[in-house]
Design a protein around this ligand. Structure first.
Ligand code: NIG
Ligand code: FE
Length: 383
């Protein structure tokens, strides 16, 4: 395979804590991996040259939380919310009905469209959850669809208790039994919506523990709609990530920090549900690793845009542009326990974005502007 020199990079965000930003930089890619980074002019040379023209280069975004396999539409629910209705997650059942009625080909086509939308906005790694099937077969086929697009698949059979279940406990038995057996071969992660109206602490613990026994790694939808036990449970089980984290007590923050659980913040959800944003500054001060992700789903956050989330994090959550870009790249990788993506250090996968801007600050400074000029994945140009 040929090597490529990315030359005349105005600002390189490497994500390497030892040398996080390099102005006037160059980067060499070999065999799909970053081989060298440094000052322009000091490079070891390569077969091909890409002139970045003084623009900023960042790692491809790592979107560590997305629900992309679904059918149907919830425009009316969004419109009602914008005129004052509260978000309750009750609309999940509407999406479940539509998802069950769709064919695998339809689900795959919609997922492909969303993944392409994400790629065009600089996302090169995405996690995809099930959770709109809620029967053994529907969850399994949703994960099979997800598996066609990413290695980062998550079994979220415990999204809500479906309408036809005899009882919540009965459904938990299905999730931890037959459904888990059918889904575990297609998933890397197990997740649960630990929230009032969905699954309580004991049910969530049972589901996550069963998932771990089946070889999956735990992550939790925690403390989204109100204060609840999700963040503590994530800490107790050593989950990779507690996601949402909108309503946290001081004890929750301390528990996340000492257990080394990543807090994945999803500002698209607060935007689309008109809810107060989580306080990223408080988490960062406590030493918690923060990730940013889209939560792309048809109900609470129908955005596929990591640049939009970066802009919201800076404007609404007290993050500096540097902290937000770090959270959207290296933070997302940490939430997925990945060290090969989210940074541009030698050895890392050559997943990178050339922004049509001199600095990543423009992602927040110029919200809504399509600044993603080129996207490269494993050393190949894909956008
Ligand atoms: O992460 N909170 C649970 N699940 C999704 C929303 C799902 C929906 O409303 O369809 C979330 O926000
Ligand atoms: Fe979610």
């Amino acid at each position: 395979m040929t090597s490529t020199l990315f030359d005349r990079i105005g600002l390189l965000y490497t994500g390497d804590p030892a040398r996080e930003e390099i102005p006037g930089a160059a980067l060499v890619v070999e065999d799909g991996r970053v081989a060298w980074t440094g000052r322009a002019g000091d490079d070891p040379g390569a077969d091909e040259r890409v002139d970045a023209g003084g623009r900023c280069v960042i790692p491809g975004f790592v979107d560590s939380h997305a629900h992309l396999v679904f059918a149907g539409d919830r425009t009316a629910e969004f419109t009602a919310r914008m005129s004052g209705e509260r978000y309750t997650a009750g609309g999940i059942r509407t999406t479940v009905e539509a998802t069950r009625a769709a064919t695998v080909a339809e689900l795959a086509a919609r997922t492909a469209a969303l993944v392409a939308e994400m790629l065009a906005q600089g996302t090169t790694t995405v996690e995809i959850k099930s959770g709109y099937g809620l029967t053994v077969e529907d969850e399994r086929r949703c994960l099979e669809v997800a598996r066609g697009f990413t290695e980062e698949t998550t079994f979220l059979g415990a999204h809500v208790v479906p309408a036809e279940a005899a009882s919540a406990d009965d459904y938990v038995r299905t999730v931890t039994g037959e459904m888990l057996r059918a889904c575990a071969p297609h998933a890397r992660w197990v997740d649960v919506f630990c929230e009032r109206g969905a699954f309580d602490a004991d049910q969530s613990r049972e589901i996550l523990t069963a998932g771990v026994k089946a070889g999956l790694l735990p992550r939790v939808h925690a403390n989204q709609l109100g204060h609840g036990p999700g963040a503590m449970l994530a800490a107790e089980l050593g989950a990779a990530s507690a996601d949402h984290c909108t309503h946290l007590s001081d004890a929750d923050v301390d528990a996340l920090a000492s257990a080394g659980v990543v807090a994945t913040l999803l500002p698209g959800a607060e935007f689309s549900t008109r809810s107060p944003y989580p306080d990223a500054r408080r988490l960062l001060k406590a030493g918690v690793t923060v990730a940013l992700a889209t939560d792309c789903n048809p109900g609470s956050s129908f955005t596929s845009s990591m640049p939009f989330c970066v802009a919201l994090a800076v404007r609404e959550m007290g993050m500096t542009p540097l902290e937000a870009v770090r959270a959207a790249t290296r933070g997302g990788a940490a939430a997925l326990r990945r060290t090969d993506v989210g940074t541009l250090t030698p050895g890392a996968r050559a997943d990178l974005v050339i922004l049509d801007a001199p600095s990543y600050v423009h992602l927040a400074y110029r919200p809504g502007v399509p600044l993603v000029l080129q996207v490269w994945r494993q050393g190949r140009r894909v956008v």
